[in-house]
Design a protein around this ligand. Sequence first.
Ligand code: ZN
Length: 183
Amino acid sequence: MGEFGHRRLQIDERYDSEASSPQAIGRKVLSYEETYRCPACASGELSAIALMDIFACDFCRHMFSANLENQSVHLADSLQPMGWQWNGWRWQTAQQSDTAAVVIWAFTLGLTLAPVGIIALSNYVFPPLDSTGFPHMWTALTLGSHSTISIWLLAEYYRWPWYISSRIRLNRLRERLFSSDDA
Ligand SMILES: [Zn+2]
């Protein structure tokens, strides 16, 4: 709770410094009458559902419960606790559990660096007799494939908007291809 209060304070300070800048003219307050760019997919438009304290996106179809008092929304239809703070112009991701983030980062860094380190070390300790580019190619291939897996893991955890929207686009393309096969 104390941590959250501290974070609120930081946001408020940033809020104040932005409010006093000349850009403050274009500021928009979070309210049910306005529409906003969806924070989850960054592709759809967020608008309030009539008579409900809930926003919905017309692209990713996610629902968001809103808290107008502290200008924030939370993903209402997902088990993952995702929240965004509206700062007057755009959304800012509210931090997720810090321990989970540390575990994810440690795991992805280990997954990316450990195999490459082992290959590089073995090349150093037992240098190849012939001077082909194979060890370098193998190292690059390992680094490429493992960092792809790491980026995918991070994208799943942080739900980066470009990742969410491209996954939806891919799914819809697949659905369209399947339905045209049936017809
Ligand atoms: Zn969306």
